[in-house]
Design a protein around this ligand. Structure first.
Ligand code: FES
Length: 108
């Protein structure tokens, strides 16, 4: 297994969690959060249909543009900002090392 990258998740109580993330297991950021017992419901299983994994990219990482399904779901979500993403749509890769992602309030 390759050495992992580090991603910081800020939870809804503003606590930071530095997670080591493998880049060779095909995980997305929602799955990593759930595996780390962070409060991300992932209700739709990562299909961009629930927004329970909504959050904000706080670091200056280029993660590419959201796909059509992600855009459609964010159009219906609450508290959306210009840096909003659905973390189930963010496949973990080497370029995400140092990423800082803040979980949005639930219900958004
Ligand atoms: Fe449902 Fe991400 S887990 S939109």
């Amino acid at each position: 297994m390759k050495p992992g990258i580090h991603i910081t998740i800020i939870d809804r109580e503003d606590r930071s969690h530095v997670l080591e993330a493998p880049t060779d297991l095909g995980l997305n950021l929602m799955e990593l959060c759930r595996a780390s017992e962070l409060p991300v419901a992932g209700t739709c299983g990562g299909m961009a249909l629930c927004a329970s994994c909504h959050g904000y990219v706080l670091s200056d990482h280029d993660l590419g543009l959201p796909g059509e399904a992600e855009e459609d779901m964010l159009d219906q979500a609450f508290l959306v900002q210009s840096n909003s993403r659905l973390c189930c749509q963010l496949a973990i890769h080497d370029r995400m090392d140092g990423l800082i992602f803040k979980l949005a309030e639930t219900g958004s």
